[in-house]
Design a protein around this ligand. Sequence first.
Ligand code: GLA
Length: 391
Amino acid sequence: MAVNVSELKEKFAELFGGGGNIRAYFAPGRVNLIGEHTDYNGGHVFPCALTIGTYGIIRPGEDRTLRLYSMNFDHMGIVETSLDDLTPSDEAGWTNYPKGILWTFEKRGYHLEKGADILFYGDIPAGSGLSSSASLEVLTGLMLRDTFGFDVSMVDLALIGQYSENNFNGMNCGIMDQFASAMGKKDCAVFLDTNTLKYEYAPVKLPDAKIVITNSNVKHSLVSSAYNDRRNESEAALKALQAVVDIQTLGDLTEEQFEQYKDAIKDPVCRKRAKHAVYENRRTIHAVEALKANDIETFGKLINDSHVSLRDDYETSCAETDLLAELAWNVPGVLGSRITGGGFGGCTVSIVKNDSVDLFIQTLDKAYTEKTGIKAEFYVVEIGEGAHALD
Ligand code: GLA
């Protein structure tokens, strides 16, 4: 559905009544071009904001009640909570995300006197791994900041989102998704050093190519526990390395240093995880250099290498996303293709020459359905702005 903000405001008035200071906001989802599972390993990432994301309409409340409604979860109706009772629960479903942001604001000393009425609508496909939850978190933070006049920067909003996701929602994610949603910039990817939070915008100039996201439409279960396992394995590898080399994070190592010290990691699984984290970080740095030099071929090749590493060493790919990447590699005019995001299903991202986009979609669509019985979805995407007010 094309999103019409006045229609969202009408829906808001229908649900919560009209009048008062009603404002509209948007926070995007993201796609990561390269630099996967590096953000909690002190490495670099290279995501960009999308033009799909989550919309929010907010009005400050009269008392300490928070009233939330999502057009994506109509069956849940208006969910009411008191600001004095912000605890996560399974039954609370999607509302755990906005509640976690309020909870984090309070924890950081930004006291909310009054609640709010908020309507949400998101156009990120459910379960696609394009960061619908991060966009919901950043959006809620931005709305609260503006509505209640809190003095927090956009980078703080990303950190608040991550803190809430880690501590309220129990998903031990890194900073990438929230950072991309808060700080994204049109037609640029964000080259972020997750160790220092220093960042740079790199224009993604693809004169004769497009970014195509392919949704495998599979989401394997236990994603967040498998994700947390990867974090733990990377941490164990770091500890083993710290016995022989003075480093703070895996992102401190070059490929050569890793090869020199890797035998200190006795567990072969942890060694593979660390290898991915080190090499992926270096690939990301090289990929950004290649992009800046307009060397799209090298950029694409590094994207392919990233997939192989996620498949073989980090093991966050799965049969369906492996199939999509392999099919893509065989289509003429595809410069690079890999799984993107947390993994275990979700999407691939591909750089496809303009002339080959139709062939790419037809080929993958047919072969993927034939082999898996599942229908993939394709999105030829534009890079959008980070979170912002709409009026
Ligand atoms: C998820 C997490 C991010 C990041 C990616 C993998 O999207 O939320 O912090 O770790 O996985 O790169």
